[in-house]
Write a protein that binds this ligand. Structure first.
Ligand code: DX5
Ligand code: ZN
Length: 241
């Protein structure tokens, strides 16, 4: 297995650095998963986002370590595994073994969040804490120094193709403010309803990693063109004074 490339601190401290795009394979044609992942890689994706759902934290059941491994074998890009599952601590090791580079757990289901984040790092992965739309940013205040990334859900987790919740922009701004005041360098990742129409606003608010499912894999213009378009929208927002 080829070792994955790693990303760290993408674009947080250096305004010249690219915003990272993380296509979500939830919207991919799973019958041609490897081809679709390779197309995203060639098109300029910074990482591949893997949405894991358990039928408990969210109603749907999607993919697990087996699919994660298949993606790992198709690309050297970092795998950004988003665990929308209860008791995520029970499954961290199997996702790390399957090739995850980054593991996201939801604050809503982690009573021992420091410990869970520590376990992720011991497994050699970057630790992300994720927040549902109704979860206030204050809930992750005390773990900010312990994470690489805060993932702000910009739709209710559980399905692709939902409309972006505009109220989440002020949550992104609040986290970007805390990042500045505390002198930290965590990334802010946004997930849900991200496309050419919403990318600029989230980047302006302070997001540095953009997850996009249907806007990439469902785009009529094709995967590479969709990534280029998103990147252009993000870059234009960054360039504004
Ligand atoms: C939603 C998932 C998202 C989803 C985003 O629960 O966490 O990653 O794939 O899909 P779009 O980009 O279509 O909103
Ligand atoms: Zn996700």
């Amino acid at each position: 297995m080829v070792p994955p490339r790693r990303v760290q601190g993408v674009g947080v401290t250096d305004p010249e650095r690219e915003i990272a795009l993380a296509p979500s394979i939830l919207a991919a044609d799973l019958g041609h998963l490897a081809d679709q992942v390779r197309a995203a890689d060639r098109g300029g994706a910074a990482m591949i986002h893997v949405d894991v759902m358990d039928g408990r934290f969210v109603p749907e059941i999607t993919m697990g370590p087996a699919i994660t491994r298949a993606v790992r074998e198709a690309t050297r890009l970092p795998l950004d595994v988003h665990l929308m599952i209860v008791e995520p601590e029970r499954h961290l090791a199997s996702f790390a073994k399957a090739g995850a580079s980054r593991l996201a757990v939801h604050v809503e289901v982690c009573p021992h969040l420091y410990q869970t984040l520590h376990e992720i790092k011991v497994l050699g992965c970057e630790a992300t804490v994720a927040l549902n739309p109704a979860t206030p940013p204050e809930q992750v205040e005390w773990v900010l120094p312990a994470v690489s990334t805060v993932l702000v859900m910009t739709v209710e987790p559980g399905a692709g193709g939902q409309p972006f919740i505009p109220e989440m922009l002020s949550k992104v701004r609040a986290l970007a403010d805390r990042r500045r005041v505390l002198g930290l360098a965590f990334d802010i990742e946004v997930d849900g309803g991200i496309g050419p129409a919403t990318a600029a606003a989230v980047v302006e608010a302070g997001a540095t990693i953009l997850v996009a499912g249907s806007a990439v894999f469902g785009a009529p213009e094709g995967i590479a063109a969709a990534i280029a378009r998103l990147r252009e929208a993000a870059r234009a927002a960054r360039a504004r004074p």
